[in-house]
Write a protein that binds this ligand. Structure first.
Ligand SMILES: [Fe+2]
Length: 403
């Protein structure tokens, strides 16, 4: 059992390094917006998570490990207020020190210590240790996706529009093999959330409960670039009628005229991808939309976004009737990110992991191509502010019965 935990630990940790391998030391330092973080920081922060929450907090009897530089707590704590002061997010881009080599050494040392702890941990305390490792690995997987989001944003803002890797995003399935249309669901009681004792899940998806749904239909396919282009060509970005008030303010303030990574050249669009600028593929699902844009498109089409409960019910019932339902693109829902009934956040400092963000954000469902398979669940709730669009987010339409 312990050997399996060691293997799993190393597998997830190594994947982070594989994802960073194409990045030079210069690229690892860049963070181009207030939303992004440098790759170097991701590498260090995920390490700090194991170092702080396991090696120091929990395995305090293992004091024969010499301490890491105390400043790492300040530099690599992301947002845990209860742990004291931390570097403001916008300043992560200033991390010329520690060097990339020092961050690599921090990872290496922490990994060696973690493997030792897994091997030597008292039998009685092992389940508790395993729970924390599980959280640390899931946390690292979240940062693996964030890393790719951030690299894409950074490379987009660089005038060279460099490629991150030869791996293109064109593998996004467009689901041409499946008939396009609506998938209907009868109203009634639906099961939401999880308390499955055999799998890991975050506190925000715990609390298995029922909700009542009216009859609805949900689109078999994600909205494509071609379909979204029609909204643009119909002057969707110039017509306040389709937009929420906050959305319209955002469009005007930011000068939005298209999804984040679309670049107009003459009368044609190019799209930034992980392999650089490429001609816009019309049959590919539209991505890098904000909630505001997803909502405006749905309104223009005469439909709406699904609630997160409709989405989960649909995914639990007949996922094979859909194209791109899971692990293709995150899909905006019209549900505000709120606690489920009887919600209990993680304990102690980890209470800050999810629960303090339950205000002013919207839920996305479905995972994306960069969400690791062993990380994703049908009950998974992602959340972003309605104006954010550097995540791999698209949309799927929904409608009430008989519309
Ligand atoms: Fe984190």
């Amino acid at each position: 059992v312990r050997e399996q935990w060691q293997k799993r630990y190393l597998k997830t940790r190594n994947r982070m390094e594989v994802l960073c391998a194409p990045l030079s030391a210069e690229e690892r330092m860049v963070s181009s917006t207030d939303e992004t973080s440098p790759a170097k920081w991701h590498l260090a922060h995920t390490t700090w998570f194991f170092d702080f929450f396991i090696l120091r907090q929990w395995a305090s009897d293992l004091s024969h490990f010499p301490p890491q530089p105390p400043v790492y707590d300040f530099l690599f704590n992301s947002y845990y207020e209860s742990l004291g002061a931390f570097l403001p997010k916008k300043d992560r881009r200033l991390l010329s020190h520690p060097s990339s080599e020092e961050v690599d050494a921090y990872r290496k040392t922490t990994d060696e210590r973690m493997l030792t702890v897994i091997e030597q941990c008292d039998e009685k305390r092992f389940p508790e240790l395993a729970r924390l490792i599980e959280l640390g690995l899931n946390h690292e997987q979240q940062h693996q996706e964030l890393l790719i989001m951030d690299v894409k944003q950074n490379h987009f803002l660089n005038p060279f529009k460099p490629a991150y890797s030869v791996e293109t995003e064109s593998a996004f399935a467009s689901g041409e093999d499946l008939a396009r249309g609506w998938v209907p669901f009868k109203g009634g009681k639906a099961e939401i959330g999880t308390n499955d004792p055999d799998t890991f899940y975050y506190d925000n998806e715990s609390g298995h409960h029922s909700v009542w749904l009216e009859s609805f239909s949900i689109a078999s396919h994600l909205v494509t670039n071609g379909e979204y282009l029609e909204f643009i060509e119909a002057n969707g970005y110039q017509n306040p009628k389709h937009w929420l008030s906050d959305g319209w303010e955002q469009v005007k303030r930011a000068g939005w005229t298209a999804p984040l990574y679309w670049v107009k050249e003459g009368s044609r669009y190019q799209e930034m991808t992980l392999s650089g600028l490429a001609p816009l593929q019309l049959s590919k699902p539209v991505s890098h939309l904000s909630y505001f844009e997803a909502q405006a498109y749905a309104h223009w089409k005469g439909f709406r976004l699904p609630t997160e409960f409709e989405w989960e019910h649909a995914a639990r019932s007949k996922v094979s009737g859909f194209s791109g339902m899971e692990r293709e693109l995150w899909q905006w829902t019209q549900s505000a990110y709120l606690p489920y009934p009887k919600f209990k956040p993680f304990q102690n400092e980890l209470m800050e992991y999810n629960s303090k963000f339950m205000c002013n954000q919207m839920v996305l469902r479905g995972g994306c191509r960069f969400t690791p398979e062993d990380h994703y669940r049908t009950t998974y709730r992602n959340f972003f502010y309605p104006n954010q669009r550097w995540q791999f987010a698209g949309l799927r339409l929904a409608k009430d019965e008989n519309e």
